[in-house]
Unconditional design. Structure first.
Length: 395
């Protein structure tokens, strides 16, 4: 029996790239997948040659020569190229991974219209139904871009509710984010990780130092400012604590606010900001494994790949109590939560976990086990494959 032929369109960098890598690894066993990805289009990319795929985690599964790198969503010619490729491949279904970027909405809408005329079904996965930081007209802009899809997948019940409120009547399924256990390569142990971070940041870390980590892109809705403001409360009772925030400021709305707040609170030696994208894999693993606790003080969130990475690294998570998927994980005993935008609440949870070491260990082991069994990519891939087959039968 022939496999279902899928044209799979996705970014292959960052969090969505990691997500697609895990799904493709399992979908390849079930379907005939052709991958299309996006040219990175940032100012710094204009001054250097475009490389296909350069993330080591993604390269474990996806050969860099495999994807067709043709989409440049600021270019009408690129859409024509994608339509031509689609006609050549004649897929049973197109699968489009969408993120909440205004710049991609026209591309998705126009491409979906073409697919409708050709009677080729299109499935969307929306990693965020709408942007975390809403601008005037965003709800209509994004809703209109989804209008020509045959089926939509979201990662949370909250996203499903958002789409329903916006008037979406297309069939919608909720398939949660999968675990990132495969990102934990055990390249370094805790002691080696601390030595690497100590050298890389030129900072003193000894056996008594308790390390609190914030990791990932730094934007207003990630709430880093509230972790900075929580630090004095923690240091008052646990003076050996060191805070580290590592992540790119490339998209930050007000990039100088964090250093200013650190200086205002006199935290220069206790709160280190490493404002760069961390590409080197050993360094990524070292940041996680040097930490006693990883904190996500989000102001808004739909889902969090970085949180799943943390749990795969067997590190305890404190995250703002926002949204259905966080409440579900809290109920399962996988994470601890704090009140959003409340530095004192965040500090109390950090101090609690610092004080209860055995509970920290139990928390991460339980989280690792539950995510391995219930947030399994093999199960997720089968759910997607069933949707592909149903869409193909209807077309």
């Amino acid at each position: 029996m022939n496999k279902t032929k899928i044209l799979y369109i996705t970014p292959l960098r960052g969090g969505i790239g990691h997500w697609s890598r895990c799904l493709i690894e399992e979908l390849d066993k079930l379907a005939d997948i052709t991958i299309v990805t996006f040219k990175r289009k940032r100012k710094e990319d204009d001054t250097k040659p475009f490389t296909r795929v350069n993330d080591d985690f993604i390269l474990e599964v996806i050969n860099p020569k495999r994807p067709h790198h043709i989409i440049e969503y600021s270019n009408k010619k690129s859409l024509e190229n994608l339509v031509r490729l689609t006609e050549e491949i004649q897929p049973d279904c197109v699968y489009f991974i969408m993120w909440a970027g205004r710049q991609i909405t026209w591309f998705l809408k126009d491409y979906s219209k073409v697919l409708n005329k050709k009677n080729i079904p299109i499935l969307l996965t929306l990693h965020e139904a709408y942007p975390q930081i809403i601008q005037d007209g965003d709800i209509k802009l994004f809703t209109d871009s989804y209008a020509y899809a045959n089926h939509i997948v979201v990662l949370t019940e909250d996203a499903l509710s958002d789409l329903s409120r916006a008037g979406i009547t297309i069939p919608i399924s909720v398939i949660p984010h999968g675990n990132y256990h495969s990102m934990n390569k055990n390249k370094v142990d805790d002691k080696e990780a601390r030595a690497i971070i100590r050298k890389h940041l030129s900072v003193k870390i000894n056996d008594k130092t308790r390390v609190i980590l914030f990791f990932g892109f730094i934007r207003d809705y990630k709430g880093l400012i509230y972790l900075i403001r929580a630090a004095p409360y923690v240091l008052e009772k646990a003076p050996e604590t060191l805070f580290i925030a590592a992540g790119s400021l490339e998209l930050a709305e007000k990039p100088t606010q964090y250093i200013k707040e650190i200086h205002r609170l006199g935290l220069e030696s206790k709160f280190l900001l490493f404002p760069e994208f961390v590409k080197d894999y050993i360094l990524v693993e070292s940041f996680y494994k040097a930490a006693d606790i990883v904190v996500f003080p989000y102001v808004g969130v739909s889902q969090s790949g970085t949180m799943f990475t943390t749990l795969g690294m067997k590190r305890p998570v404190i995250i703002s109590k926002l949204g259905s998927f966080i409440r579900k994980l809290e109920k399962e005993g996988v994470i601890l939560t704090s009140k959003p935008q409340d530095p004192k609440s965040l500090a109390d949870k950090i101090l609690y976990l610092l004080k209860h070491e055995e509970e920290r260990k139990e928390l991460v082991e339980r989280a690792y086990r539950i995510l391995k069994n219930e947030y399994n990519w093999e199960i997720i891939a089968r759910e997607y494959h069933n949707i592909f087959k149903n869409l193909t039968m209807k077309s």
